[in-house]
Design a protein around this ligand. Sequence first.
Ligand SMILES: C[S@@+](CC[C@H](N)C(=O)[O-])C[C@H]1O[C@@H](n2cnc3c(N)ncnc32)[C@H](O)[C@@H]1O
Length: 228
Amino acid sequence: MENLDPASGYDLYAPYYKKDHAHLDSFDWTIAGAWWREALAQLEAVVPAENRKGPLIALDAGCGDGRSLVRFEKWLAGHESATLQGFDLSPQMVKLASAKTHSATLGVLDVEDQQAREAWVQQRGRADLLSAFFLLVHIDREEDFFVAMRHLLAPKGILLMNTIPQRKPPVLVAGTKKFTILSHSHRLEAVREAGYDAGFDLVREHPVVEEDELISTVFWWAAPREVQ
Ligand SMILES: C[S@@+](CC[C@H](N)C(=O)[O-])C[C@H]1O[C@@H](n2cnc3c(N)ncnc32)[C@H](O)[C@@H]1O
């Protein structure tokens, strides 16, 4: 079975990804959706709108086809206090997400590419609320993931993310082609340690359990006070 790199794999799988939404939701969404709204309210409360330099920035890293973004956009309707951004490595995923959202600023970006991140941050600013669902599983080293997250976040920003205890990548089917996408397993202890090492404070950790088996862990992290 061919094990494709994430850019080619997700480009190929993009048209079929929507059928996985309900399944993916069961790994993260109840808690992630509630936390995202709570985090936004918390950020809005910290600095009153009249004292802010501009709107808050909510960024979805590895946004895929917009599974989360479309719901974030609905919740942000009427909130002039925040703008929505997203990026993904796969141009096809970004194309689908762009077709589904109206107000979000989206782009193609490899989160591990420091120069590309620098350009993103220069152009669009650092995020106050950063979400990264099912992204860590495609990053080899936990340390690199947290360094990237810290780079994208404003001081005192909030990071919501999940990690899954994936032993084998799932077999995906796109038309007649069957393949897997390169992914990495991460021990929970190593994830926590890398978050702390990058200067984050762990605010909450929520295990998602199905039939006595841990299927996902959702984290709420507080970014350090200084910019990386
Ligand atoms: C399982 S999907 C999750 C998509 C979305 N976050 C969600 O929860 O539905 C993983 C996504 O991460 C993207 N991805 C993988 N490696 C990446 C990288 N280095 N930089 C940016 N995005 C990446 C893939 O292209 C894919 O769209």
